[in-house]
Design a protein around this ligand. Structure first.
Ligand code: CUA
Length: 318
């Protein structure tokens, strides 16, 4: 049954299919603990079998006490103490800050999405959302925080999870070892849409990462075609820019995700929807339908052609 359950997993969200040094250590520790647990379980089962097969003569009190002391106190103390020691030894190496920094990534847990900022020395920060991109083969420092409630940042394939606590900044160092798109999730109950608070961690070759970040730093592309231009006007007239920023236009809101390059993202609604025209239309008209509790209001008053136009405009913001 266990094998069948495991067969349903893919390796983009699995601690046991590591794609980062942190996850490799955790996977190794998991297998050590699994092996240890298997040995203890076999020993207990063997004792239980032995007990049922012996003639039912009462144990003398001294040997019974010895069994309890050895099996119930000594062995668990030694086994758990060794595992704890082993785990504590791993921690300093995992937290060591990188020597050279291509970029520092700030991630803020919002209700219920991820605000992501890339900081490069001597250059203005680049704001994005719901996707964390990282260069392969380098240690990258992530600074995690939250303005209001506690979230937990977790990309199981890359490393362990770390809480995002209001009022403090926690540092997580990620060192991805292979390219790919990995699933990230919020691992701490944070309110209504907690289970729908996901993101993508995209690991790229360092050169490709630099090119991508340069493109993200650029202002938004002007709308291409009549429909997208109509969409930009509707976006402005209905006040979408009060919550969302589209750099290079008048929209500069900071409440919701930055939409400057939303067309190039891999998902919508913080990792829960594909990024295509149909999902954009549905999200603009009524985000609650796909994400109950989301703070973005429904826009039922928009005409269908306006929704279509705004969707076309956003889709073109690559
Ligand atoms: Cu954010 Cu759970």
């Amino acid at each position: 049954m266990f094998a069948l359950l495991l067969a349903g997993c893919n390796d983009t969200q699995s601690t046991l299919a590591p794609a980062g040094t942190g996850a490799q250590e955790i996977a190794r520790l998991s297998w050590v603990m699994f092996a240890g647990a298997a040995v203890v379980w076999l020993a207990v089962m063997a004792l239980a079998l032995h007990a049922t097969r012996r003639r039912a003569a009462p144990h003398p009190p001294r040997s019974a006490r010895r069994l309890v002391l050895v099996g119930g106190v000594l062995v668990p103390t030694v086994v758990l103490g060794t595992l704890l020691y082993h785990g504590l030894l791993m921690m300093p190496g995992l937290r060591e800050p990188p020597q050279q920094r291509r970029v520092v990534v700030e991630v803020s847990g919002e209700q219920w999405w991820w605000r992501v900022r890339y900081l490069r020395e001597g250059r203005p920060p680049v704001t994005a959302a719901n996707e964390v991109r990282l260069p392969r083969g380098e240690r990258t420092e992530l600074r995690l925080s939250s303005p209001d409630v506690i979230h937990s940042f977790w990309v199981p394939a890359l490393a362990g999870k770390l809480d995002m606590t209001p009022g403090r900044t926690s540092t997580l160092v990620l060192e991805p070892t292979r390219e790919g798109v990995f699933e990230g999730i919020c691992a701490e109950y944070c309110g209504t849409a907690h289970a729908l608070m996901r993101f993508k961690a995209v690991v790229m070759e360092p050169d490709a990462f630099d090119g991508w970040l340069d493109r993200q730093a650029a202002p938004a592309r002007p709308p291409d075609g009549a429909l997208a231009r109509h969409g930009q006007a509707a976006f402005r007239d209905h006040g979408c820019g009060a919550c969302h920023a589209v750099r290079g236009t008048g929209a500069a809101g900071g409440v919701g995700p930055d939409l400057t390059h939303i067309g190039s993202r891999l998902s919508l609604g913080a990792g829960i929807l594909p990024n295509d025209r149909e999902a954009l239309r549905g999200w603009i008209a009524d985000a609650h339908a796909s994400k109950p509790g989301v703070l973005m209001p429904a826009f039922h008053m928009l005409a269908a052609d306006e929704v279509e136009a705004i969707a076309a405009y956003l889709e073109g913001l690559e």
